[in-house]
Ligand binder design. Structure first.
Ligand code: CTP
Ligand code: CA
Length: 223
């Protein structure tokens, strides 16, 4: 995409973006994860820099290269680690986009040694992880919060429910089949109830559409 040098609608904004899946360790060689590639979050980081934001990217494990010109690039593995790194940087940020596909559950205990193949069945018990975005929503203050929602059904209804429950300004809803793909079709839903469908298009263009909406909140928050 082409952005005019004079178009810097996110100028001065300290923006925290999360991307990628998380890895929840089962033992030293095995993890529970999901199909997120991190592309959407990395495209958001790249385009946000072009639009003038100071971007910090907190990323779960991906095979992607950190975009140029991000202020800070923080690699994490688990949901717990992501929570800690985001938490640390929340006060300094004007807004957060949680594009990461954070695991909802993590094994109750991680084995220090590799689990050997034995019985025909293996049961692993899981506990819920922290809802990072939910926690940020509780202490939102003047910050701009953007969530993502991945759904396989009732996309719009579930996304609106999450927008409200997590106290967000905006939510970007996508179907599960966008995971791992270069393309995406999304619904961008704002807290005032407005809804926009964007795509199918390259994730870079989807990122620009999302950040253009974000710029609206940013300009209003500065009066
Ligand atoms: N999220 C988060 N911490 C979690 C789980 C999700 O911060 N432990 C964030 C995601 O980054 C995303 C938003 O919450 O921005 C919605 O994630 P999603 O998985 O769609 O919703 P959940 O609330 O986890 O509900 P469910 O998976 O049951 O649909
Ligand atoms: Ca989830």
């Amino acid at each position: 995409i082409y952005v005019l040098a004079s178009e810097k609608p996110l100028k001065g904004m300290n923006l925290l973006i999360t991307a990628g899946p998380t890895w929840e360790s089962i033992d030293p060689v095995r993890v529970l994860s999901n199909r997120s590639s991190g592309k959407m979050g990395y495209e958001l980081a790249k385009v946000a820099v072009r639009l003038g934001a100071n971007v910090t990217l907190v990323s779960g494990p991906t095979s992607l290269v950190a975009p140029y010109f991000v202020e800070d690039f923080v690699k994490v593995e688990s949901a717990d680690q992501m929570y800690r790194e985001v938490e640390k940087r929340f006060n300094r940020s004007d807004g957060v986009i949680m594009a990461a596909a954070v695991a909802d559950y993590s094994p109750t205990k991680k084995s220090d040694i590799k689990i050997k193949k034995g019985a025909d069945k293996l049961n692993i018990s899981f506990k819920k992880t922290v809802d990072i975005l939910g926690e940020l929503g509780r202490k939102k203050g003047e910050k701009i919060l953007v969530g993502f929602a991945v759904e396989s059904q009732s996309l719009e209804d579930y996304a609106i429910e999450k927008l409200k429950r997590k106290n967000l300004d905006m939510i970007v809803a996508n179907q599960v089949d966008a995971m791992g793909s270069d393309k995406n079709t999304v619904l961008i839903i704002k807290k005032d109830g407005t809804l926009k469908r964007v795509g199918p298009d390259e994730k870079e263009r989807i990122a620009l559409a999302v950040l253009t909406e974000l710029a609206d909140f940013w300009s209003r928050s500065r009066g």
